[in-house]
Design a binder for this molecule. Structure first.
Ligand code: KIV
Length: 271
């Protein structure tokens, strides 16, 4: 039976069971109360409060400017909306890569002030002690490997990662280390599909792919992209389910015309 019919709140053990049972996991990003409420009602299992808010909400080129305060504001809005979905929040750049204590303090602030259920951190062995510290304090952690946008200036571009053997090998080691550290899942972003499938088969925890092919245990998309709100971002992996930018433009233009012509408001739309 699909989890959609019976579960009150999606938990980490449930997503692990979904992998075991071969049921794919759906994840979408969310940044605000109204959208999160709709996605939750639609049955999305995990709402990711991604630091991609920096791009789609704030208009930055990278995710680096996002602060812990920004992320807590977005995460709390989503957490207030989600009745059933697990709310997973990104820790932003600079909040967890330093000392173990910094990482722990950032994680605790996010959990206490936003009321989310789990945290996502980018990176593998380099930050494994910090991840372990967070997990040891009772907070579920999801890893994130492959294209990790907080390291964009090290990569140089947003291209496919781990195409070369050495990087692929490191990714496999990182994935295993994350699982051994106690992560409940790992996001694989923009890596070759055959590598993502191999990693997914080698792990007992679920992999959630974005631009990582069909072999992952689940999929995640940025909600603004899949709804067609973002206009100039067209990677190969993106499927647009709506063309909201066009619809909103038409609706706004109609409103402008109605206001100017005096058609709005009419007799029934006033007191
Ligand atoms: O911030 C984000 O939206 C993400 C997804 C792209 C996985 O990390």
């Amino acid at each position: 039976m699909s989890v959609n019919k019976v579960i009150k709140r999606i938990s980490t053990s449930l997503v692990r069971d979904m992998k075991k049972n071969g049921e794919k996991i759906s994840m979408l990003t969310a940044y605000d109360f109204s959208t999160a409420r709709i996605l939750d009602q639609a049955g999305v299992e995990i709402l990711l409060v991604g630091d991609s808010a920096a791009n789609v909400f704030a208009g930055y080129d990278t995710t680096l400017p996002m602060t812990l305060d920004h992320m807590i504001y977005h995460a709390a809005s989503v957490a207030r909306a989600a009745q059933r979905a697990m709310v997973l929040a990104d820790l932003p750049f600079g909040s967890y890569q330093g000392s173990t204590e910094d990482a722990y303090n950032a994680a605790v602030r996010m959990m206490k002030e936003a009321g989310v259920h789990a945290l996502k951190l980018e990176g593998g062995l380099e930050i494994i002690d910090n991840i372990k510290k967070i997990i040891q304090s009772g907070i579920p952690v999801c890893g994130h490997l492959g294209l990790t946008p907080q390291s964009i200036y090290q990569f140089g571009d947003f291209g496919v990662r781990a195409k070369q053997e050495t990087e692929a090998l490191k990714l496999k080691e990182d994935a295993l280390a994350l699982q051994e550290a106690g992560c409940f899942a790992v996001v694989l972003e923009k890596i070759p599909a055959n590598l993502a499938e191999e990693v997914s088969k080698s792990l007992t925890i679920p992999t959630i792919g974005i631009g990582a092919g069909a072999g992952c245990d689940g999929q995640v998309l940025v909600v603004n992209d899949m709804l067609g709100l973002t206009q100039d971002f067209k990677p190969k992996f993106l499927r647009r389910y709506l063309q909201l930018a066009e619809d909103i433009k038409q609706a706004a233009a109609q409103y402008v015309s109605d206001v100017k012509s005096g058609d709005y408001p009419n007799q029934n739309e006033q007191y």
